[in-house]
Ligand binder design. Structure first.
Ligand code: ADP
Ligand code: MG
Length: 699
């Protein structure tokens, strides 16, 4: 007889070592990501069946398994196709339909109008149409205890062939092995004690099998100390892996770029404005980094309109002064074009040649640009991700600036850095983002980067006033646009994505432009959308910038970066479709001059969901990017806001960056302790929690 070999390292012990798991089930578990007993233990219940309290019918959510109580309003057998017993419950807060496909005459007799019924089952359907199919039911009697059961049942995420029963049975076995202590505790006593965290094994036992007296509320919210303990360790592991990535990057060498102030002073003197104190402070931090022999890795956050571009230009000049190239990469062609125009205006008078590269650039022009880049004739290069193309060869790349980081993943950032590698030196990196993130969050999510904030807008800006209107009042908005044009104040009219296809989206913008031209015979109307040729787009933008056009109809291509200070009215159609971050970015196109600016958010009155309503209300209430980001985090979750979902950073199993943000300062303190006193545990923690494919360490 074959005996199973038991490794007591649960991180290595395959699930097949457990009773009842043969080769086939083992394979299925592996496919589901459950290779080892440790994987099973970290496959936590994602909710708990709560039979301990009664949920009001007005608070049901689809998918919940709950106990409800209500009075039978109606009981009828529907005999059309398949006899069905339908019961309508009412509890003063809402309705629920119970549906029985199989029922006994006894049940039919029991379920009479006026009877108070207690049921347990899964809620299905949508808002007003909630129902339960075959719930467990019993009439409430005067002597019945108020609660039917007093402990929670864990519910795991399951899949075909791996059901709840199996998962409970397997975790029972896994927890028993845990009793023998073979899942090492990596958090030193010092940390457990000072942050009052339970031990790993205790925390796991608790979340898998909460005792009868467990706090239901906390467990369901994920705020129980046992869950927080696991979230803490997970956040710590991710933080450590980023710190290690940073260490690995920083042992590399970069060109030292002393600040000899020739070109930077020349630019500063030629600008029509003085840097704000915040810009000057951040620039100083950047300049200091550039003088170091190791690559700068700095994230600069500054709200829309805070003036990040000029800071980037000044940093690039420090590279150029030292006879190195600087590159600025933007997420869209339109934005890259605009940066290119700005840089030409600022830098060409200083005798600096600028190359520009985007996907649409072809043939002769492209070859010329490539040549300028390769020979080093162009000291400054502006472009989109076309800069990654194989035939782009930099000459001596000293600094890479990436604008609007959240559009690019970490991997792209690292790839550009590789491309700039030459003669043992890596380029410095500056990353700019308008996404405001609370500082503690930034320090965790971007622990591989230094962090600066431009927390001040240039003076003389008046806050944008925002109004929210139903599209039924579109004619009023058109009148307002007309008034604005008459006063020579320019207007943006944005037509965001309605159709999934870009073609249709552009058609919608075309139609709107045609309509507005008809309604506003006096106004000069221009149009930009993503399917126009670069040269065409550029010409339209230049005309708008030169105030030759009064009204610019655009798709969301103008979302980031476009800068026309005389534009003081922005109309956004279908605003209910856009996220907060996008709305804030778009609105940031106005309010750039001293004149009062307005933003009109038009929504389709029949499409306004509750969450869209909330978003529009937030936009009306505040212009503060931090405030908006905070609400955005609450509404959408951190992964989406920070773009970490797409880029694969911080795929968290247990922790929730928002819910657990109060842990972050402690996580940082703990990381210091581990790095200083228990460095050998870094690798172990990272290995336990951070998916292998993320490959922080090797980057
Ligand atoms: P963002 O941070 O959103 O990228 P930009 O760099 O596009 O902002 O700057 C917005 C506008 O503010 C531009 O017209 C820019 O020239 C102008 N600007 C930048 N810094 C200052 C300043 N210190 N004083 C006045 N205007 C400034
Ligand atoms: Mg910008």
């Amino acid at each position: 007889m074959e005996t199973k070999v038991i490794h007591y390292d649960l991180a290595k012990l395959p699930c097949q070592a457990l009773d009842g798991v043969g080769a086939r089930l083992g394979e299925r578990l592996t496919e589901y990501g459950l290779n080892t007993v440790q994987d099973l233990l970290f496959h936590l219940p994602f909710r708990y069946q709560d039979r301990t309290r009664i949920t009001p019918l007005g608070r049901l959510r689809s998918g919940d398994q709950v106990v409800v109580e209500g009075v039978i309003e109606l009981a009828e057998v529907n005999r059309t196709r398949r006899p069905t017993l339908l019961i309508k419950l009412w509890d003063g807060t809402g309705h629920l339909t119970l549906r029985f496909f199989h029922f006994t005459p006894g049940q039919q007799h029991l379920f009479k109008p006026g009877v108070l019924l207690r049921c347990f089952g899964e809620v299905r359907g949508w808002s007003t149409q909630f129902e339960m199919v075959h719930p467990e039911c019993q009439p409430v009697t005067p002597h019945m205890p108020p609660h039917s059961q007093d402990s929670l049942t864990p519910i795991y995420s399951a899949t075909e062939g791996i059901n709840q029963r199996l998962l409970r049975q397997l975790t029972d076995q896994a927890l028993a092995l845990l009793g023998e202590g073979y899942l090492p505790e990596y958090l030193p006593d010092q940390i457990l004690n000072s942050f009052q965290l339970p031990k790993l094994a205790d925390a796991l036992r608790y979340v898998h099998r909460p005792p009868p007296n467990a706090s239901v509320e906390q467990l369901l919210q994920g705020t129980h100390p046992a869950q927080q303990r696991l979230a803490f360790e997970e956040l710590l592991a991710h933080h450590l892996s980023l710190r290690r990535l940073r260490q690995n990057l920083q042992i590399n060498l970069a060109p030292t770029l002393p600040d000899n102030k020739q070109l930077t002073s020349a630019l500063l003197n030629s600008l029509p404005f003085k840097l704000t104190a915040a810009q000057a402070r951040v620039l100083q931090e950047v300049k200091q980094d550039l003088t170091q022999p190791n690559p700068m890795l700095r994230l600069v956050q500054g709200d829309v309109g805070s003036g990040k571009t000029v800071v980037a230009a000044l940093a690039i000049l420090q590279a150029v002064e030292n006879n190195y190239q600087g590159v600025l990469m933007a997420p869209t062609e339109l934005l890259a074009e605009q940066h290119y125009q700005n840089f030409r205006k600022w830098l060409e008078p200083l005798g600096i040649k600028i190359a520009w590269l985007a996907g649409k650039l072809k043939g002769k022009v492209r070859n010329e640009m490539l040549e300028m880049i390769t020979t080093g004739n162009a000291k400054v290069i502006v472009g989109t991700h076309a800069l990654f193309q194989a035939d782009v060869q930099f000459n001596r790349l000293g600094l890479v600036v990436i604008d609007e980081q959240h559009r690019f993943g970490v991997h792209q950032r690292l790839a550009l850095r590789e491309k700039g590698y030459s003669e043992g030196l890596y380029p410095h990196q500056l990353i700019m983002t308008a996404t405001p993130i609370p500082r503690t969050l930034a320090m965790t999510v971007y622990a591989d980067l230094d962090y600066s904030v431009i927390d001040e807008l240039p003076p003389g800006r008046t806050p944008v006033q925002t109004v929210v209107l139903s599209d039924q009042r579109r004619h009023e908005v058109v009148a307002r646009v007309q008034a604005s044009c008459c006063e020579h104040r320019q207007v943006y009219w944005v037509c965001p994505l309605i159709e999934e296809s870009e073609v249709l989206q552009c058609q919608a913008a075309e139609t709107t432009a045609a309509q507005l031209t008809e309604y506003l015979p006096e106004a000069k109307v221009g149009l930009v959308h993503g399917r126009m040729k670069s040269a065409q787009k550029e010409a339209v933008m230049a005309a708008f910038k030169a105030a030759e056009l009064d009204l610019l109809v655009a798709t969301t291509v103008i979302e980031v970066g476009v800068d026309v200070p005389n534009a003081s009215l922005m109309v956004i159609e279908n605003a209910e479709r856009l996220g907060l971050a996008q709305l804030h970015q778009l609105r940031g196109r106005v309010g750039r001059g001293a004149i009062a600016s307005y933003c009109v958010l038009l929504y389709q009155h029949d499409r306004l969901s509750q969450i869209a309503k909330e978003r529009l209300a937030i936009m009306r209430k505040t212009n503060d990017g931090f405030m908006i980001a905070k609400r955005d985090l609450e509404l959408r979750g951190a992964g989406e806001v920070l773009g970490t979902k797409q880029s694969g950073v911080m795929q968290l199993k247990v922790a929730d960056l928002l819910r657990d943000s109060h842990l972050l300062p402690k996580v940082q303190q703990a990381a210091e302790i581990i790095l200083r006193e228990f460095p050998e545990r870094v690798e172990k923690l990272v290995r336990r929690w951070v998916a292998h494919r993320e490959k922080y360490g090797e980057a």
